[in-house]
Design a protein around this ligand. Sequence first.
Ligand code: RP5
Length: 165
Amino acid sequence: MNKKVAVIMGSDSDLPVMQEAVDKLRFFDIPVEVRVISAHRTPRAAEEFASHAAENGFGVIIAGAGKAAHLGGVLAAYTTLPVIGVPIKTSMMGGLDSLLSMVQMPSGIPVATVGVNAGANAGILAAQLLAVGDEALTAKLTAFKEEMAASVAAKDEKVRAQFQD
Ligand code: RP5
């Protein structure tokens, strides 16, 4: 059975960003479970989820949180699964607070942190992790990259034409 990806967020206010991760995972036909679990408000749920995530069929955990964004780190503490952190933009520091809280993990407990509000990249990275040793998923990712390259080439063509003497 294909491994699932958990998309966890600290609050439902993070959903618009985390939806982008879900959309990418669904695009690659990867099964997803979406949860609201807070490192601070529901710490026992965070421990419970992460401790059993591997035996419950998950291959990767994506954690989105803002401000003092400890969710990714707390989940990573309780599992050997790779954890991808999505720092959520905040009104106070534009998300720099979330980014640093997430990325500056102590040695031994890494959280693979993507950019501020980069939900889509988290979804793609999770797919790439699951694709190791999975030819069908690798083929989908290759097609995705080829499509992206074709769209950039089309833009290049258009811009070059615009500036031709
Ligand atoms: C964090 O605090 C959440 O991840 C969210 O980004 C931020 C604000 O949460 P709410 O006050 O909107 O629930 O824990």
